[in-house]
Write a protein that binds this ligand. Structure first.
Ligand code: NAG
Ligand code: NAG
Ligand code: NAG
Length: 184
């Protein structure tokens, strides 16, 4: 092979790796807000027969930035008031009796790499709640993921993002979560 061909092959190979997201660049959180990531879900169970029992909304903010924190808490208060949301009594990993919110996280927690707040969202309220977040998210990044009883796949593979894609810590997500009580 000529040097040119070897070089071309190598370049195409590297570009392909980059395009497929196999090369993950590390940087500050601001850099990460702008980069695209794929995640290793090789070991998570896949199944053709999937039911989405509910969704979670996670709203992210740079917790050391006063403007972002103010904007996030203000959106949270408006959401809670608009949808009359009580505190979650449970982790609501696949199902809870009604819409609810978790505590505000002023630091990374679980798979979440920066400050966040979260909502457990029943399917019945999907359109209203997602429309509200879509219209009012402002400068904030939002993750909307389904709950099918496969937290890793639900968060890393089948989720929706608004504004940016954040690198979640997949090691903090289990492969399987119990189905809702009424499905047992
Ligand atoms: C899918 O799962 C549901 C509920 O567990 C069950 O009723 C249904 O028969 C399953 N369908 C297939 C094609 O396996
Ligand atoms: C917060 O917003 C104000 C007004 O837009 C701006 O002047 C200030 O630099 C911002 N602060 C940070 C930390 O981004
Ligand atoms: C988004 O950021 C800009 C620039 O800091 C600010 O002027 C604007 O008010 C922010 N939006 C919201 C909804 O807070």
């Amino acid at each position: 092979m000529s040097i040119k061909l070897v070089f071309l092959t190598f370049t195409c190979f590297v570009l392909n790796l980059l395009a497929n997201g196999h090369v993950i660049q590390h940087g500050t959180i601001e850099d990460l807000l702008l980069t695209n990531h794929r995640f290793d879900v090789e070991n998570a169970p896949v199944n053709d027969n999937i039911t989405y029992y509910s969704y979670h909304i996670h709203v992210y903010f740079l917790q050391k930035n006063e403007n972002q924190t103010n904007e996030a808490t203000s959106l949270r208060n408006r959401f809670i008031e608009r949808f009359n949301v009580d505190s979650c009594n449970d982790d609501c990993e696949t199902w809870c009796p009604k819409i609810c919110h978790w505590d505000l996280n002023m630091a990374p927690i679980g798979p979440h790499p920066i400050g966040s707040w979260g909502i457990y969202l029943p399917l019945e309220q999907f359109i209203d709640a997602v429309s509200f977040i879509s219209i009012n998210h402002g400068n904030l990044t939002v993750l909307l993921h389904p709950n099918s009883g496969r937290p890793k796949i639900d968060h890393l593979l089948n989720a929706f993002w608004i504004k940016s894609i954040l690198p979640l810590d997949g090691d903090q997500l289990s492969d399987i979560a119990p189905p809702p009580p009424h499905e047992n």
